[in-house]
Design a protein. Structure first.
Length: 529
């Protein structure tokens, strides 16, 4: 009997905790009110309402396409830029070296005798290029190095992974609760932002490539001559962001945002600017660049727009720099977020956009609650008519089963979606089905003339394998759906899995204890079933 009493106490504890954990969610779903954080004193702040998905609280759904070919082109441009320094150090005389679409680098040599030297350099440092093909360009030898297909695919896959992580970092800084960011196909990313209040800002931050580059200003050649068409080799014309004033820059990238450690908004004379802090490698490179180019101008570019081009007055140690401009507070904050969360290896394009308004979400919740209510009432009527008092017990267990689902979701921080509500409605029938299996076994025992105590014991004993087997197989299917499904499928699988667990508890633990209490404590002579 002590064991029986302990089981009763444990069941009561589970029910009390389940009711407390689920109460904030039930109040918000069934009424226009919400419980404050201090509704249960100091403990109340730890009991959170179940988070609602995009389809219930409104928000934004985006499908992004990552231009993976641009990632390969960007990698080739970086390699071409690095090779220029290598070739100068090894005295390989060249006319130009550049990346060419879609997957190659072409180097035009002034001296054909340097072919083997260049081929050896590339084979040593970049073994993922094929052996070069040779052709003549303006009477000079041109070598074309093509990147191998598997390496190009690695770059594309890396650009998808990096885009996924970068977008996730940016969205985290927007403060969106429970965003969903997953890959879809080979080059697409599916983004769901529940409760977003500023869709335009979110789109701008997500799609911003934010390539940060430092390039030297070409002060050895005439800007006016370049504008007239005489652009010197290795230079190009860029434009200042604020004034659209032309400026002649060297093509070689001295430093990129990959070495950036942090970016913060600071205020100087009521004007915001971006303070940059490089990592150890970036700090060393920045110190070398500034030390080698004192009294020269260093341009700071973001997405090929020149934000500033200050004169280097001295060697700058410590890895500190700043981007100044006529920023608004919001522009400065957005730029800092993009820089801080990392740049995208490849640009992303919004291919699909849907906005779900909160009114539509409320309507979905209302209809879902009505569906659950109608389903529950019909089940209760059937159980009362067919199983009488035992049916009433099963109906009460069904209601408790729903409360426990919400409690578990609150405990684990799960998200409730519209398919999730459908999963809860489905488990109403599954929970009753487990009790029906037990009740039918008990009816068989009654027909054999057993006593009420023997009926209850034998009914649960014989029904146990069937109830467990049927629910475990459904649980396995739910786990597979959750593991491999996306979006709505996962929402359905979550409530289905939690519902199966609560079904086993309410049927095999709680209802059995109540039945045993009646036949042992109340000494009923006949079970109403």
């Amino acid at each position: 009997m002590n064991n029986f009493r302990m089981r009763g106490i444990m069941i009561a504890i589970v029910l009390v905790f389940g009711l407390i954990l689920s109460l904030p969610t039930m109040v918000s779903l069934l009424s226009p009110y919400q419980l404050s954080e201090d509704w249960l004193g100091p403990v109340g702040k730890y009991i959170k309402q179940v988070k609602l998905g995009l389809d219930l609280q409104g928000g934004m759904h985006l499908v992004l396409k990552v231009d993976t070919d641009k990632a390969v082109a960007g990698k080739l441009n970086i390699i071409a830029s690095s090779l220029k320094s290598e070739m100068q150090q090894k005295r390989i005389h060249y006319s130009k070296i550049e990346a060419v679409a879609p997957n190659a680098i072409v180097a035009v040599l002034r001296d054909p005798a340097d072919q083997d030297k260049l081929s050896g350099t590339i084979k040593e440092q970049y073994p993922y290029f094929t052996d070069p093909s040779t052709e003549m360009v303006d009477g000079m030898t041109a070598l074309k190095f093509t990147i191998k297909r598997d390496e190009a695919q690695k770059i594309k896959d890396s650009s998808i992974s990096q885009a996924l992580e970068t977008i996730r970092n940016r969205i985290d800084q927007l403060g969106v609760s429970e965003p969903s960011i997953i890959t879809e196909g080979k080059d697409r990313i599916n983004v769901q932002l529940p409760g977003i209040t500023d869709p335009e800002r979110a789109k701008k931050l997500i799609g911003e490539t934010a390539v940060l580059e430092f390039k030297l200003v070409d002060e050895d050649h005439s800007l006016s001559n370049a504008q007239a068409g005489d652009i010197p080799q290795g230079s190009y014309i860029a434009y200042m962001k604020e004034t659209n004033e032309p400026i002649l820059l060297k093509q070689q990238v001295e430093l990129t945002g990959d070495t950036l450690n942090d970016a913060r908004v600071k205020i100087d004379r009521a004007s915001p600017y971006i303070s940059l802090d490089f990592n150890s490698q970036g700090a060393r490179d920045f110190e070398r660049i500034t030390g080698d180019n004192v009294n020269k101008r260093l341009a700071i570019l973001l997405d090929n727009k020149v934000y500033s081009a200050p004169v280097i007055k001295d060697r700058i140690a410590g890895g500190k720099a700043s981007i100044t401009g006529r920023f608004t507070d919001q522009e400065a904050k957005n730029l800092a977020i993009v820089l801080r969360s990392g740049s995208l290896l490849a640009p992303v394009e919004i291919q699909e956009e849907r906005t779900v308004g909160p009114s539509l979400g409320k309507d979905s919740i209302h209809k879902g609650v009505i569906a659950a209510g109608i389903g529950g009432i019909l089940v209760i009527i059937f159980m009362l008519v067919y199983y009488r008092a035992s049916g009433l017990l099963a109906s009460v267990a069904d209601a408790i089963h729903l409360v426990l689902i919400l409690a578990i979701m609150s405990l684990f921080g799960a998200v409730l979606t519209l398919p999730g509500i459908a999963g809860m409605v489905l488990t109403i029938g599954m929970a009753v089905d487990a009790n029906i299996l037990v009740f039918e076994r008990m009816r068989e025992e009654i027909r054999l003339g057993r006593t009420p105590k023997m009926v209850v014991e034998a009914g649960y004993k014989h029904a146990l394998p069937t109830v467990v087997d049927s629910n475990i197989t459904a649980l396995i299917a739910g786990i597979v759906l959750f593991q491999f499904g996306t979006g709505p499928v996962k929402g359905f699988a979550i409530t289905m899995c939690f519902g199966i667990l609560t079904t086993l508890f309410t049927t095999l633990v709680m209802c059995r204890w109540v039945m045993e209490w009646f036949v042992n404590k109340k000494n009923v002579e006949r079970i109403s079933i």
